[in-house]
Design a protein around this ligand. Structure first.
Ligand code: FAD
Length: 405
């Protein structure tokens, strides 16, 4: 039986682990954090139908959808609330057979972690190195332990150790020129409006959508010089709420009411970065997955969705090929072609979002009015209808060997 070692229990690593175990492979998943739910604590995200279709193949879509809110509409407006464009995403979702879901990141991580029951996941385990030989790959852990497997998957995020060890040291990620403040609050009523709403102003944007029941996630994006917006949040950062209320004063509902209602101790912030697409993700028994392979900006809401697709495609390729190394190369060919344009498109949209010149912003509004309902909507529908390679028959999970050393 092929044994796969995965580094990183983010959304990508967890998805791959669930898929591979379901396909009957042995999996060992190492995560340096002691609680993977704490990644991006407090944040929310959108899981688009392409990702939810992947989760359907892995049998976890229902749990995930139940933990969030099903979204029906996307809407782009000016800061005053004049509508620029809208998409009936609920209709698209029904056509492709999977919902668009807004969800708390912690709940998603919890649902995925819960689907890996029997010791495959080892927490507080930092992978520091690996070596490969004709018979397999040996992974080194901080503290001196080692683990042997047949394949190694680096799902260890934008600053991937596996990537730097296998493809050569990386340079720092490319700072996108803007930062994001985010929080979650409850709204009145029985359930939040199932709309993803984005207000686009000069060099600043405000996004909101429900993430389960009456909870609404919001994010405020603005141009910022690199290194001026330290990552973090909560009690350490004072004054962010007042600054956001000043920046978005007079913006259309629900901007100010969401900011007002948010406890300042759950406002977080983060600078946005990506990497140029690369043409090689691995060699021999090693490959990459998720942000480690294709870190992208936030603008298409596809970073995690593509990581989920990666996990499903990797599973399907390994199940289809007798030679696991050939399966990794076949996975890479499929996924490099899929993800590189998404990275580029996401970057381009972010660059337009940074425009501050009033004339340029009027041109951008016009582009949104014309391009979003036509070309962009067509592209969106194509992205949602991504065709996965054929899925393997599920096999009952096997218990992993305990980590050696
Ligand atoms: C503000 C924000 C909003 C976003 N919104 C969306 C959205 O709405 N929709 C969407 O699809 N995407 C969104 N994204 C992108 C998405 O969050 C990422 O693309 C996704 O989380 C990447 O998952 P990953 O598993 O590849 O990497 P990560 O989530 O970075 O996970 C990597 C894991 O590896 C672990 N690790 C790292 N090094 C080691 C090591 N040496 N040993 C062991 N473990 C290690 C880390 O601790 C971490 O747990 C957003 C991103 C941001 C920043």
């Amino acid at each position: 039986m092929t044994k796969v070692i995965i580094v990183g229990a983010g959304i990508g690593g967890l998805t791959a682990a669930i898929g591979l175990r379901r396909a009957g492979l042995e999996v060992k998943l190492y995560e340096q954090r002691t609680d993977p739910r704490m990644i991006e604590s407090g944040g929310g995200m959108v899981l688009q139908p392409n990702a939810m279709r992947g989760f359907q193949q892995l049998g976890v879509a229902d749990q995930v959808a139940a933990a969030g809110s099903v979204l029906e509409r996307f809407e782009w407006c000016t800061p005053k609330g004049n509508r620029l464009a809208g998409w009936p995403v609920g209709e698209v979702a029904r056509k492709v057979g999977a919902p668009m879901v807004g969800i708390r990141r912690m709940k998603l991580q919890g649902a995925l972690t819960g689907a890996i029951e029997d010791g495959a996941l080892e927490l507080g385990a930092e992978v520091t190195g690996f070596s490969e030989d004709a018979g397999g790959v040996t992974v080194q852990l901080a503290g001196g332990a080692e683990e042997r497997g047949d394949l190694l998957i680096g799902a260890d995020g934008i600053n991937s150790t596996v990537r730097s060890l296998s493809l050569g040291p990386w340079t720092e990620p490319r700072y996108a020129g803007y930062a994001l403040w985010f929080g979650i609050t409850e709204v009145d009523g029985s359930a939040a409006d199932p709309t993803f709403r984005e207000l686009d102003g000069p060099g600043a944007r405000f996004i909101s959508f429900p993430v389960g029941g009456r909870e609404v996630y919001w994010s405020a994006i603005a141009n910022a010089a690199e290194g001026t917006i330290a990552e973090g949040g909560g009690a350490e950062i004072e004054g962010d709420k007042e600054m956001l209320l000043r920046r978005h004063a007079g913006w259309a509902p629900p901007t100010e009411s969401l900011l007002e209602a948010t406890d300042p101790s759950v406002i977080y912030r983060r600078e946005i970065a990506d990497r140029d697409p690369i043409k090689k993700w691995g060699a021999g028994r090693v490959t990459l997955l998720g942000d480690a392979a294709h870190a992208m900006t936030i603008n298409l809401g596809q970073g995690a969705c593509q990581a989920i697709e990666d996990g499903v495609v990797l599973t399907n390729c390994l199940a289809a090929e007798d030679d696991p190394i050939a399966a990794l190369r076949s996975y890479e060919v499929k996924r490099i072609a899929r993800t590189a344009p998404v990275v580029r498109r996401s970057r381009m949209i972010g660059e337009m979002g940074q425009w501050t010149n009033p004339l340029a912003c009027r041109v951008r509004n016009q582009i949104q009015r014309v391009v979003f309902p036509t070309v962009a909507f067509r592209e969106f529908k194509q992205t949602m209808a991504y065709e996965f390679p054929p899925a393997p028959e599920p096999v009952s999970p096997r218990v992993s060997r305990p980590a050696s050393g």
